[in-house]
Design a binder for this molecule. Structure first.
Ligand SMILES: Cc1cc2nc3c(=O)[nH]c(=O)nc-3n(C[C@H](O)[C@H](O)[C@H](O)COP(=O)(O)OP(=O)(O)OC[C@H]3O[C@@H](n4cnc5c(N)ncnc54)[C@H](O)[C@@H]3O)c2cc1C
Length: 538
């Protein structure tokens, strides 16, 4: 359990690739508390399959990686950020290799070379991978390194509730400063005030806002909701990426079939066996993933299919077992032999391109508060993320934020002020947990049905009203009853849902991942800018 009354130099919230990278970067420069709301290896990072994109081959170039990223981003990437991330990528990958990450390699003549995969939207082979368990391997190596650091203490089952800002301490006026966070201990149900000179949100994405998602249960958008409540600007929330190929099986909760399968020649088929991607994009199955997701969604809606199929049976069975061992095994568990049978797939919510607005060093507009990884809106992805660029973003920004925070702390060692302990007021134990379960379901269904891959103003308006009603109900419940993990997450998914709807309503065009039938064209004259929401405007 995290102790009360201690003062940390760094409070890192989240143990995915961004949080672990940040923690390692500051570990020798102060005392670090790393809190994570589940087991430390439970994160989207751990489930990443395809790999991490970087310029590694001599046939590749920074210009090409940047150009592919910009094309995917549909005019909204910040070019300076793209350039910076792409150029710093190889160095960050070398760090991982030095830490012991084992990427797949193969013999090329006499030399051993890393095996580079190619994914949709990439014009070259540049994706380093470890079978189809790349994230697990990276997280393993980073976790071993972090656990070796005597200055870092990891607290599991510790869920950040809200930031402790000087506004919360009753000091109004001037720029908002963050001095730590309230942390809920899921094992004993208590909330502690944790003081820190620097706080970094590395809480990942928000797939759980939607009914169907590839994300693990921890992806409830907590960091975005927490930062928003504290006064930070949130950007580009309308751009939510749907992965085209999630396994469609009643017993598979959220199992993703990596894009790399299409990189290796897998074809998408209708139930009658015909292929359809050529009708949607000249690159067919290798089109950017939003186009593939739209195509599948369209095929399913027009023809009334429950799913479509992915066919990789042309590849030798031994190769598939070696290259995609995890997918082969999981599909087999559900009775599907990928070496002989087509895989049933549907699209599902996958990646949040928007988030807490940060600069090139991961700084938010709240002093002493950073955000890195999927929780952040750095300008790298613009209106659509290029596959395998997100692990890279976590590495680059985790490192940059750590370096910046180290410098800032060396220049100013002001200790955190005394913090008020959590006050539960008159709240009592709830005997109506069903309200929480029901509202979870309603938020997720509303988002899936009204704010999905293809949107309309009328459906968005409907969603806005329903989410507002649910938020009101959640607010009342929040103050009346003692908090639980489920309630805290529900409050956050409802806030994130409201932000997505608000951003989607405000963008009156279709671009990248935001597609609305009421404004079907991209409109560069009016909309070539980010959608930024600040709490005061909401
Ligand atoms: C199935 C799947 C496959 C993917 N494949 C790829 C791929 O091949 N390549 C690629 O580049 N990207 C891939 N992605 C995306 C990529 O994995 C994520 O964008 C990236 O890992 C995010 O890293 P992160 O550190 O920001 O967050 P995460 O890895 O999600 O970590 C977030 C952490 O924060 C913790 N947390 C959340 N809220 C709180 C709270 N309130 N208090 C305390 N802790 C909290 C979580 O428990 C978790 O430890 C994939 C995603 C999924 C879901």
């Amino acid at each position: 359990m995290i102790p009360s009354g201690e003062r940390w130099d760094y409070l890192v919230i989240g143990s995915g690739i961004a949080g672990l990278t940040f923690a390692l970067g500051v570990a020798e420069h102060g005392r670090v508390a790393l809190v994570t709301k589940d087991r430390s290896d439970e994160s989207s990072s751990s489930y990443a399959q395809g790999g991490v994109a970087t310029v590694w081959s001599p046939e590749d170039s920074f210009e090409s990686h940047a150009a592919d990223t910009l094309t995917a981003g549909a005019g909204l990437c910040h070019e300076d950020v793209v350039e910076m991330v792409v150029r710093e990528g190889p160095e960050r990958i070398r760090d991982l290799i030095e830490l012991g990450t084992r990427f797949d390699s193969r013999l090329e003549g006499d030399a051993v070379e890393y095996d580079l995969g190619r994914e949709g939207g990439h014009s070259r082979r540049r994706v380093l991978h470890a079978g189809d368990l790349t994230g697990q391997e990276i997280v393993r190596a980073l976790t071993v390194a972090v656990r070796r650091q005597p200055n870092v203490t990891v607290f599991e089952n510790a869920l950040a509730v809200d930031l402790l800002t000087d506004r919360k301490l009753g000091r109004d006026g001037g720029p908002v400063t963050c001095w730590g966070a309230y942390i809920f201990d899921r094992e004993n149900g208590t909330v502690r005030a944790v003081a820190a000179r620097t706080t970094v949100l590395c809480t990942g994405g928000a797939g759980k806002v939607y009914l169907y998602t590839t994300n693990p249960d921890v992806a409830t958008g907590d960091g975005v909701a927490i930062a928003f409540r504290a006064g930070a600007a949130i950007g580009n929330m309308e751009f939510f990426q749907f992965h085209p190929t999630c396994l469609y099986h009643p017993r598979a909760k959220s199992f993703l079939i990596t894009e790399a399968l299409r990189g290796e020649g897998a074809r998408l088929r209708r139930p009658d066996g015909t292929t359809f991607m050529k009708a949607y994009h000249p690159d067919a199955e290798l089109a950017p993933r939003d186009i593939v997701a739209h195509a599948i969604d369209h095929e399913m809606k027009v023809h009334g299919y429950e799913n479509v199929y992915l066919d990789i049976t042309h590849q030798p069975a031994a190769y598939l077992e070696e290259r995609f061992p995890n997918i082969a095994r999981r599909c087999r568990e559900f009775g599907i032999d990928i070496t002989r049978e087509w895989i049933p797939v549907v699209p599902a919510a996958h990646y949040m391109c928007g988030g807490v607005v940060t600069d090139r060093d991961g700084q938010t507009d709240i002093s002493r508060l950073y955000a890195c990884g999927e929780v952040a809106m750095t300008g790298l992805h613009g209106a659509n993320r290029l596959a395998s660029n997100s692990l890279l973003e976590g590495l680059v920004f985790g490192r940059r934020a750590a370096l910046h925070a180290r410098r800032a702390l060396a220049a100013d060692r002001t200790p955190p002020p005394a913090l008020p302990e959590w006050n539960p007021g008159t709240a009592v134990n709830s005997d109506e947990s069903v309200v929480v379960t029901q509202n979870w379901d309603e938020v997720r269904r509303t988002m899936w049905n009204f704010v999905g891959i293809v949107r309309s103003t009328r459906r968005l308006e409907r969603a806005r009203k329903r989410i507002a009603m649910l938020q009101e109900e959640i607010r009342e419940y929040y103050w009346d009853f003692l908090v639980t993990g489920d309630l805290l997450e529900l409050r956050n998914i409802a806030t994130v849902a409201a932000l997505i709807v608000r951003s989607a309503l405000s963008r009156r065009e279709s671009r990248g991942l935001h597609c609305t039938i009421d404004h079907p064209e991209r409109d560069d004259a009016q909309w070539l800018h980010d959608t930024i929401i600040t709490p005061s405007e909401f």
